[in-house]
Design a protein around this ligand. Structure first.
Ligand code: ADP
Ligand code: MG
Length: 432
């Protein structure tokens, strides 16, 4: 047979998926049987990409292809397919440190921009579980472990600066998706632009945020940190829609927004989505008593996620013979030095918390008055009621940005949830 030259990029059909996997001996081994026995399901429900699950007589895989446009928007919004290259590289970079907390990447095809990875089943998207009122009690600890490992192992605390520079150089090229973050997260919510999808009853809130120079100054601070702080390798889009879970098992997926940035960005993003789930919950179907208990459980998830992250990050650092260029242990070897090192560790984690509080607020705002709305709120069919749920979250976010000193620790944030609930549709009368 003649050598085959690589086919030009094409958007995969079910048939292309089967042919592609048929060319990969390792995947044939996972699926078993013959190509004709493989069943393909299109399960894309994210915003950007095509995703298929493929089952053979022996096992299954997940196939994700970057489309040359934003899937939910259509071909009128083009998007660089190279994002798949960064997602594959990100997942592989972290794999040694987050075993069992992310799907294994089996294969990456840089011509078709296709990732073949471990199929997660019966896992469901955490966001869907939260809306349905299902409990995933281990998810906060598992995601905290994931973020702590990524935050430490890819930082200057753990690696020589040359290794860090390689990550910076690679992921700094993930430009198309960083542009989405800069525009949709940091810019659009504070100006009037066609992409914003603010619901009518929240018009006064959206106008108040646009007019609030103090708030926009706080946003500017965190926006600049996103652009300039090269602290650790980030997922870049770590919300409840990027986590798949069963009650016992938790996996972080979808690292296509990866970049080297401030650690608190991932931490705050994940917190924001639990916070929004808390505000949305009373408007979802369910018995009143059950909703109160479920909300308490979400509040507990918020606290456990941060506290586990904090504890694990410090443990990893203390246990590790840290060999990064950021902080040479030989400078702190005597008892006075060791004590000082511990003070330094506490300050480092405290700074991550301060960043996380800011990004929690910014991520909340962008999901309510920006383009990419979330199902937690969209499933509240009545616009007025949806806006009421969202106003509480906006009031909290505004306070987090403008009065960060009122929120010295995670307990203060959890306590504030109920305080800002019922803030109402008039931002001037809402608690500040
Ligand atoms: P997008 O980048 O478009 O948001 P995601 O990576 O979030 O795509 O995947 C879209 C959907 O595909 C997920 O919501 C989930 O339902 C499904 N999915 C993604 N990865 C896997 C996997 N490894 N196993 C099973 N289902 C998956
Ligand atoms: Mg995605």
């Amino acid at each position: 047979m003649l050598d085959r030259t690589p086919a030009p990029y094409r958007v995969f059909t079910d048939r292309d998926v089967v042919d592609h996997l048929g060319d990969l001996p390792r995947i044939r081994g996972i699926l078993g049987g013959a190509k004709g026995e493989w069943r393909v399901r299109d399960v894309a429900d994210g915003n950007l990409n095509a995703v298929f699950l493929v089952d053979g007589p022996q096992g299954g895989v997940c196939v994700k292809q970057a489309l040359p446009y934003v899937r939910v928007a259509g071909e009128s919004w083009p998007l660089d397919v190279n994002r798949a290259t960064y997602e594959a590289a990100y997942t592989r970079r972290l794999a040694p440190h987050v075993k069992g907390l992310a799907p294994e990447v089996h294969h990456y095809d840089p011509e078709q921009f296709v990732i073949v990875m471990e199929k997660l089943e019966p896992h469901i998207i955490l966001r869907r579980g939260l809306i349905a009122g299902e409990r995933f009690p281990k998810a906060p600890e598992h995601v905290a472990e994931y973020v702590a490992q990524a935050a430490f192992r890819t930082s200057d605390l753990a690696v020589p600066f040359e290794r860090k520079a390689a990550d910076v150089a690679l992921f700094a090229q993930n430009l198309a998706l960083q542009r989405i973050t800069v525009d949709l997260v940091f810019t659009d919510p504070y100006v009037e632009v066609w992409r914003n999808k603010v619901t009518a009853p929240l018009a006064a809130w959206a106008a108040a945020l646009r007019a609030d120079v103090g708030l926009k100054s706080a946003v500017a601070h965190f926006r600049l940190r996103y652009l300039t702080s090269a602290q650790s390798l980030l997922h870049g889009d770590l919300h409840s829609g990027s986590v798949m879970a069963t009650p016992d098992d938790t996996r972080v997926i979808d690292g296509e927004f990866a970049l080297v940035g401030p650690t608190g960005f991932d931490v705050g993003n994940f917190l924001a989505h639990y916070v929004m789930a808390w505000y949305a919950k009373p408007f979802h179907a369910g018995a009143h008593g059950a909703i109160t208990a479920y909300r308490d459980a979400i509040a507990d998830d918020i606290a456990r996620f941060w506290l586990t992250f904090r504890r694990r990050f410090l443990e990893i650092w203390r246990d590790e013979d840290a060999s990064g260029d950021g902080l040479p242990p030989s400078h702190f070897a005597d008892p006075a030095g060791r004590a000082r090192l511990e003070t330094f560790r506490q300050a480092y984690v405290e700074a991550i918390f301060r960043d996380a509080v800011g990004y929690l607020a910014i991520k909340t705002i962008r999901r309510i008055v920006g383009y990419a709305q979330i199902a937690d709120f969209l499933t509240i069919g009545d616009e007025e009621r949806r806006a009421e749920a969202q106003a509480g979250a906006l009031a909290l976010a505004r306070a987090l940005l403008k009065r960060p000193e009122n929120f010295p620790d995670i307990a203060a944030i959890v306590d504030a949830l109920a305080y800002f609930e019922g803030a109402g549709l008039d931002p001037k009368r809402a608690p500040a």
